[in-house]
Design a binder for this molecule. Structure first.
Ligand code: PGA
Length: 240
């Protein structure tokens, strides 16, 4: 089957209301592309981003949601509110959430189930640390994360993001990306239909090689998604 490429930008704790011309500018810079495009800004920018992205074909995602339907959870945001606003995807279990907020794979799975119930597509992140890669346990760690974090349901996207490659300028070797994506696919029912993104220092200089791998169905991009120029160049690298 032909691959459906998803290029997702994770703005993390960056961006401001003054920068929402990003969407029209990106559309103008890239022209027609086959890949699905998604930007995940911080929560307060979501309504403005949805307005600003109207007509561009760029979908808007979130960076987290709560596992509960609603209630007394100060500072948290529900999946159903995100869906009502027009959000399509939600990143869950990013390594920065796992480390900054102590999120466990069980909690990530509960959030992903809630997101699915609300009609959102969860992008569940997994990936090993540098020590785990060096000690030869990367495959076992990622397999366990997939087994526990990913709901047994269709409609989930997985992002393989080696923690040591995030924001570091280092990227995994192409063979290691292929091997890990194949391992992830083998552990998920309906693996054939599963979109698996690679993330970790994807940038214009390496995007073409990574996105050409047959096991890679797209990219989750942090730093290089913050400017129209760099994200535009990454996206153009998907089109031939
Ligand atoms: P990076 O971040 O592209 O800046 O490495 C990727 C991510 O954390 O999703």
């Amino acid at each position: 089957m032909s691959r459906r490429l998803l290029i997702a930008g994770n703005w993390k704790m960056n961006g401001s209301p003054g920068q929402l011309d990003f969407f029209q500018n990106l559309r103008a810079a890239i022209g027609e592309v086959a890949a699905e495009l998604l930007i995940c800004p911080p929560f307060p920018l979501i309504p403005g981003a949805i307005d600003a992205a109207t007509g561009t074909g760029i979908a808007i995602g979130a960076q987290d949601c709560h596992a509960a339907v609603s209630g007394a959870h100060t500072g948290d945001v529900s999946a159903s509110l995100l869906a009502e606003l027009g959000v399509t995807h939600v990143i869950l279990g990013h390594s920065e959430r796992r480390s900054d907020h102590g999120e466990t794979s069980q909690q990530v799975c509960a959030k992903a189930e809630r997101a699915l119930a609300a009609g959102l597509i969860p992008i569940v992140c997994v990936g090993e640390s540098l020590e785990e890669r060096r000690s030869g346990s990367a495959e076992a760690v990622v397999a366990k994360q997939v087994d526990v974090s990913v709901p047994k349901a269709s409609g989930v996207v997985i992002a393989y993001e080696p923690v040591w490659a995030i924001g570091s300028g280092l990227t995994a070797e192409l063979e290691d990306i292929t091997a890990m994506h194949a391992l992830i696919r083998s552990r998920v029912e309906q693996g054939e239909d599963l979109q698996i993104l690679y993330g970790g220092s994807v940038k214009p200089a390496n995007a073409r090689d990574i996105l050409a791998l047959s096991e890679v169905d797209g990219a989750l991009i942090g730093g290089a998604s913050l400017t129209v120029q760099s994200l535009g160049e990454v996206i153009k690298n998907t089109s031939n």
